[in-house]
Ligand binder design. Structure first.
Ligand code: SF4
Length: 356
């Protein structure tokens, strides 16, 4: 199975032919798709691609027909009332797309005589038409041999070739493979066939490989690692920082401070802390020169958006004539402490056995 040479034109032709034959039998019937052998209407293809951006087939399906019936051409849409279009769009979300759609229809009407340009590069100049949409329209509406890569195609192709590089970097390799596989004949059907395969058979979980028309060429299937592909981007490890939280107590009251107005947790009530650094700072920044004791427990872990904090805990007895808010330990729940300091306070209470 894996002895096929992927660079062999014969294999590429066979694979593409198998996929097209499957498409002819099993393709999804969608309101914007031309019947087999019929020429695709560019306006219909463009409208469906714009409506489908960031939206599912299931959501667009019922809206498409009424939208096209009301505005059946670029010329009709170009003179449409903005508010009417926006309200017909309601529920599809991402309203910038609707505004781009109107701008595109007006550009096609004003600059192209109401006729959609038929090359990827010219299509890309239109409002709201990015790389994917330009390739899809060029292939489906105009029979251009364009490499069309959406999420479904990404999944199918990364599995077929077991592309181990994580997304989004893998997109270059995926696009190159799609360009190799796309046939000169019926490139639009080929693109839609790969999309349908991804939607119906090569699903994110438990792909139905037994029903797959290209299974014999699929490296991921051969190694039993279908769900490993496409490889997800690795999450960047958040850096770790260390600090010390100080518990200065006098007569069942604990010293709280206001954090500086700017910066993390700005203006919030908190336990005193020293600097947050790459290594544990020990007792640097203690709020008094009391006899501080670092508690042996591990401290408090807290994840901020950009770093992870480990707070050590230090305690001492103080005198409540020090500046700051001396808050009754039993009423800390009403102090409005942010989570990291609430956890630290709970850890102190637990460790020191303070009676609330
Ligand atoms: S054999 Fe399985 S994993 Fe490979 S392309 Fe077909 S459905 Fe996807």
């Amino acid at each position: 199975m894996l002895s096929h040479s992927w660079h062999s034109p014969a294999v590429r032709v066979t694979l593409s032919a198998a996929l097209l034959a499957w498409y002819d039998r099993h393709r999804r019937r969608l309101p914007w798709r031309a019947e087999r052998g019929a020429a695709a209407d560019p306006y219909t293809v463009w409208l469906s691609e714009v409506m489908l951006q960031q939206t599912t087939v299931a959501a667009v399906g019922p809206r498409f027909e009424s939208f096209r019936a009301r505005w059946p051409s670029f010329a009709a849409l170009a003179v449409a009332d903005d508010a009417a279009v926006m309200s017909a769009w309601a529920g599809l979300g991402y309203y910038a797309r609707a505004r781009n759609m109107l701008a595109c229809a007006r550009a096609v009407a004003a600059e192209h005589g109401g006729v959609l340009p038929d090359t990827e590069s010219a299509l890309r100049q239109l409002p709201g038409v990015g790389d994917y949409t330009a390739a899809a329209i060029a292939a489906i509406a105009f029979g251009r041999r364009a490499a069309v890569v959406d999420g479904n195609v990404e999944r199918v192709v990364s599995r077929l070739f077991a592309i181990g590089e994580p997304l989004p970097g893998a997109r270059t390799a995926i696009k190159a493979r799609v360009a190799e596989l796309t046939p000169a004949e019926r490139p639009g059907d080929y693109a839609q066939a790969t999309m349908d395969l991804g939607a119906m058979i090569c699903t994110p979980r438990r792909p139905a490989c037994a029903l797959c028309p290209v299974a014999e060429w699929c490296v991921a299937r051969a190694t039993g690692e279908q769900e490993r592909y496409p490889v997800k981007p690795t999450k960047r490890e958040r850096p770790r920082r260390y600090g010390t939280a100080y518990w200065l107590e006098d007569e069942s009251r604990v010293l709280l401070v206001r954090r500086p107005a700017t910066g993390l947790l700005g203006g919030m009530r908190a336990l005193p802390t020293g600097p947050w650094e790459d290594a544990p700072p020990g007792l640097v920044g203690a709020p008094s020169d009391a006899d501080w004791e670092l508690l042996a427990r591990r401290g408090v872990e807290h994840g901020f958006t950009h770093f992870h904090l480990t707070l050590a805990l230090a305690q001492a007895t103080g005198t409540s004539d020090m500046a700051g808010e001396w808050w009754p330990v039993g009423e800390l729940g009403s102090a409005g402490l942010p989570t990291v300091f609430r956890r630290a306070a709970e850890a102190f209470v637990e460790e020191l056995g303070v009676v609330e």
